[in-house]
Design a protein. Structure first.
Length: 397
């Protein structure tokens, strides 16, 4: 009888030779994919050459030999245990059916030759490796249970994930919850989705550089300012994955502004970091997640997003925004009424505030109190010139 270790404790070699050396990866687990149809990638694509030998990463029993679509998509499914009970196993896909390969019912040991890489479109020759769970015999369906990059060893990746501007000069994008109505980051109001554009690299050789643009393993976000949202798990690609398009569009933004796309030549990944309930499972209900700004005080906030790869390399980036659900202030003693002032024409600045000479000028804070310019801190202010409120400004430092 086999002793089965927890999947998260299992470490295996690579499926290509040498098995004790890191290999280039062309697609990662959870990666948005648009080659055949839109979905999430349910394994890792280990790059090689057509005809390269493929080796078992663990002992097992062959429970499927089939194709999902023609000559390029033959696969072996190898279970960790014998029999028809549910167990974990591995998929090795894109094997050449015209070269040596194992067949249904065979057994294998770790390091044993099991097949060869088939010649693939656009010279993207690879073996697709998935960690799965299934039952019965032969296997015909499965669940994808773990990112193989968390299991294959060794790894030599020391490169940090990379943040790119989501829109123009802005690091992050902000839109109405589950909409394509994008908002000015200095005038956020209502329920907001926060979008971050991030990719990861392994740094291992790929014949086409864009193939080394992968997705990170995990994303978190936090917000701090007048109120705080503590560190919240946004995306976690280490464990169970439903790879269907509905689940992909729960976490990837895919519209004309933030267009997630991934094929052989173009790769852009826009993550809706607020579409989460804080756990590690991607669920359709996660799309209800958002930043409910009306529940927070108006003012200046920092939005911080952190990305990790499967090997623990981490990068963070941040952006300052302004929540402004209540653009006016109430009248009262020594309070100026700026109730009709609106967000349009807002000026963001840093350093000393320069007011026009020869004019009667006053500065009011968000509560309507007169503020001396040398005492202004970060925040929202209204400028009165000759008795008329003419400008709203946001001091960021």
């Amino acid at each position: 009888m086999w002793v089965i270790l927890s999947a998260y404790l299992l470490s295996v070699g690579w499926p290509l030779a040498p098995q004790n050396t890191t290999h280039a990866v062309g697609y990662n687990y959870g990666q948005f994919l648009e080659i055949y149809d839109a979905k999430m990638h349910n394994g890792i694509d280990v790059l090689g050459a057509a005809g390269d030998p493929v080796y078992a990463v663990a002992d097992g029993y062959v429970k499927a030999w089939l194709t999902t679509s023609g000559q390029q998509h033959y696969l072996l499914a190898i279970g960790d245990e014998f029999g028809t009970d549910s167990c974990d196993g591995w998929i090795y896909q894109h094997l050449d059916p015209n070269m040596y390969h194992l067949s249904l019912g065979d057994t294998c040991s770790a390091g044993e030759l099991i097949g060869h890489i088939v010649s693939f479109a656009n010279d993207f020759h690879h073996v697709h490796l998935s960690r799965i769970r299934s039952a019965g015999y032969p296997w015909t369906t499965c669940r994808f249970i773990q990112n193989p990059l968390t299991m294959v060893s060794p790894n030599t990746d020391t490169i940090l994930p990379v943040f790119e501007n989501a829109t123009g000069s802005e690091l992050f994008a902000f839109c109405g919850d589950n909409s394509s109505e994008y908002l000015d980051p200095v005038c956020l109001t209502g329920n907001i989705d926060i979008i971050a554009r991030v990719y990861d690299r392994t740094g291992d050789f790929a014949s086409v550089p864009i193939w080394d643009h992968l997705v990170p393993d995990r994303l978190e976000y936090r917000i701090y300012g007048p109120d705080t949202i503590p560190t919240t798990l946004a995306v976690d690609f280490s464990g169970f994955l439903n790879d269907s398009i509905q689940y992909a569009l729960t976490i990837y933004k895919n519209d004309s502004v933030c267009n997630s796309e991934c094929d052989y030549w173009t790769r852009d990944f826009y993550f809706i970091v607020t579409n989460t309930d804080g756990d590690s499972i991607i669920e359709l209900s996660d799309s209800a997640g958002c930043w409910q700004t009306a529940a927070y005080q108006d003012g200046v906030y920092w939005v911080v997003v952190t990305a990790y790869d499967a090997y623990g390399n981490m990068a963070s980036d941040s952006m300052q925004v302004v929540v402004q659900n209540n653009p006016g202030v109430e009248e009262g003693p020594s309070v100026k009424n700026v109730e009709e002032y609106r967000c349009t024409g807002t000026t963001v600045y840093s350093g000393p505030l320069q007011l026009p000479e020869g004019k009667k000028c006053r500065v009011y804070d968000i509560m309507g109190r007169v503020i001396e310019t040398e005492k202004m801190r970060r925040g929202i202010y209204f400028i009165e010139i000759d008795g008329e409120v003419v400008q709203k400004v946001i001091k960021i430092r």
